[in-house]
Design a protein around this ligand. Sequence first.
Ligand SMILES: NC(=O)c1ccc[n+]([C@@H]2O[C@H](COP(=O)([O-])OP(=O)(O)OC[C@H]3O[C@@H](n4cnc5c(N)ncnc54)[C@H](O)[C@@H]3O)[C@@H](O)[C@H]2O)c1
Length: 679
Amino acid sequence: MISNNEINDAMTIKLDDRLPEYNKLEKDKRRAPKRELLLNDKEIKLALKNALRYIPDNLHSKLAPEFLDELMTRGRVYGYRYRPNGRIYGKPIDEYKGNCIEGKAIQVMIDNNLDFDIALYPYELVTYGETGQVCQNWMQYRLIKKYLEQLTDEQTLVVASGHPLGLFKSHKKSPRVIMTNGLMIGMFDNPESWSKAAAMGVSNYGQMTAGGWMYIGPQGIVHGTYSTLINAGRIKLGLKNNENLSGKIFVTSGLGGMSGAQAKAVEIAGGVGIIAEVDKSRIITRHNQGWVNKVSDNLDDVFSIAKEYVDKNETVSIAYHGNIVNLLQYAVDNDIYIDLLSDQTSCHAPYDGGYCPQGLSFEKRTEMLRDNKHEFKKMVDKSLIKHFELVKALHDKGTYFFDYGNAFMKSVFDAGAKEIAKNRENTDDGFIFPSYVEDIMGPMLFDYGYGPFRWVCLSGKDSDLDKTDAAAMRIINPDRRSQDRDNWIWIKDAKKNNLVVGTKARILYQDAIGRRDIALEFNEMVRNGEIGPIMIGRDHHDTGGTDSTFRETSNIKDGSNITADMAVHCFAGNAARGMSMVALHNGGGVGISKSINGGFGMVLDGSQRVDDILMSSIPFDVMVGVARRNWARCEHSMETVADYNKEYSDTNAITIPYVADDKLINKLVNEYRNGEINE
Ligand SMILES: NC(=O)c1ccc[n+]([C@@H]2O[C@H](COP(=O)([O-])OP(=O)(O)OC[C@H]3O[C@@H](n4cnc5c(N)ncnc54)[C@H](O)[C@@H]3O)[C@@H](O)[C@H]2O)c1
């Protein structure tokens, strides 16, 4: 067999053979709870050998015990020793080494995802969503950075679940990074098999933009949350297009990575928000950022502040330090009317710490997760069922409850409350409450192609962000549709709303052509030297890119909401068209095996090459999703495609479904069932 010396000689890009110093981990940083460890001894040995693959063999005897300790106490090998000391953050692009602009830009994005101000568990490389990691361990982080420093504009870096497989020759119009996260073979595509694979160091849960390296802090989700709330108000509370949520109460939970956007969004929407959060540190983070207004652990106070602001029709967000189940119990017991109700605990991973059961403090939940997982699971199930009963009680009094795509309803079902399923047996027919995409975002936004377009000013300059905000505003026609008007107002007020945490970034919902035109305008501004280079991208939580039965594609009603063809086409099509970075993941947002999702990043360097790529890739990225929705007979998508086919008939032709007459079908099947037609 090839010797370690020969292996060392055969690699030009590798980790150093000197032991890095083990830097102290700062005590005040949030730490991930111990992850489930289902490995037998044979697999534990495999996990150690797997982690040591990154390490020159002269260091193995020193590092093997460290890695074993991490595996047994934390459930994963993170390789803490390999974490660079101090704060990691997205620096201005010029401060990075690299042979091409994309290599440097992607390093900015990765580092931003690991910023202490951004990441949920920075030492465990978790950006958001309890388990969404940038990559699996710090050895991978270091090696990815080395590869990105070497990457040329004729090579592609391939990253499989955080593992940099290597640099491969490609060409100037190829992606510079192609990555996947957590993809499993069908028969092993379940949380248990994945959990073993992750513990063995061969799979990573990338969520969406955590492992897809396009997270822009909680701002990324504020616009979508704002749109959801304001449209819920219009559809369910009868607000007119020019009215806001003033005088209305929105109750929810979670002030974490994405859920942290709720307080800010309800304020922008003009309402009164009450958000339960069990982890004090997350409340402090959001409060210090100015994203949540008032904090209390006393429910009498919480509801009296809420009443005061409802009465004077002013906006406020209140963080309740405590369990959402206690808060809902209080509302039911005191007959308090709630207009809008949701939940954003990390129910996509309820047994891994995502959901804190009633009766346990956040600290006790962490201890119990480590010491008594079996009992912990039982408590989670009990709490979820209670949670569901309280939601039902409020719903019966007129509250509009919607699932916020966190798999809350699926978790309640799995906990044993079968009555949350429409058919009370299985989830095939969906749930008794709507998901926010099914009722609101799907028909109002995704079906038209509106989705979470975003950009990062790689120079790190505030002035670049101001110029791009102004340019985007110029491109939007606020008189076209109410959605355009909302987006126009959003970008007009974006700076005032103080949304930036981490890199100088902006979120702006746009449709296919809006995104294309804004991207082209930015590239022109880079060309003219008005601004530095820009990274554009999107959340995977979008029209295109994600097949997720109970979430992104929950308003797909032709039976195809259990298929994942579209997400794969979106990923492949974006790669073929030359996006700088393309990603395909398993389980983003809802947990392993429940979705396939993908995203992209595209570096605007002012070149004609980039113009050419934008012209074909940006409309494709969105319209492939609209085309699929249209084929599922989503009405607004069919209209959008019909318009698109007319406008771009020289270059595009999308198939639109003919609509069968229900009367014809019903009559035919009824007659057949009644024996009037013989086979
Ligand atoms: N914001 C969105 O638009 C959006 C969209 C789709 C899905 N989601 C889903 O929302 C969930 C939350 O995402 P995140 O990134 O904020 O995750 P996160 O883990 O960072 O935050 C969840 C928060 O909920 C708190 N929590 C857990 N149990 C609680 C309880 N019983 N009472 C009160 N607080 C409790 C946790 O302490 C944590 O801070 C995920 O499942 C995500 O997939 C969000």
